[in-house]
Design a binder for this molecule. Structure first.
Ligand SMILES: [Zn+2]
Length: 123
């Protein structure tokens, strides 16, 4: 679920899991009504999870502004590329915006800092 999907999808899945965790914890809080303190603490933790998830959604929304929309050469569907390399949202085809990396095997390390700074120096 987390490995072979595009970054935008991965963040969305993460936020979704946080929402379910938060709701699950808040449900647990209802089961502890006889222990008010346990109930209150679980409620707060559950609420924090839901809040964190909203934060992730907001962050994904802001990231989406930087995302480049392209048509996947493999499946022909529109997809979003985040960073220098990303996977197609529909078929998981590796995509790159950098002509230098074209044809090279997909590697997450191209998104890491040393590579990014090299790209920036050239600009
Ligand atoms: Zn595709």
């Amino acid at each position: 679920m987390f490995r072979n999907t595009s970054k935008v999808n991965r963040f969305r899945n993460f936020a979704l899991i946080l929402v379910f965790l938060g709701i699950g914890i808040m449900y647990l809080a209802l089961l502890f009504r006889t222990h008010p303190w346990v109930s209150v603490i679980l409620m707060i933790i559950g609420f924090l999870f839901v809040l964190l998830s909203s934060g992730v959604y907001l962050w994904v929304g802001m990231l989406s502004v930087k995302v480049v929309q392209v048509i996947c050469p493999n499946c022909g569907n529109p997809t979003k590329v985040l960073g220098r390399v990303d996977l197609c949202m529909s078929c998981n085809e590796p995509l790159t915006l950098d002509p230098e990396l074209e044809g090279k095997p997909f590697d997450k390390k191209y998104n890491r800092n040393p590579y990014k700074s090299v790209a920036r120096k050239k600009d």
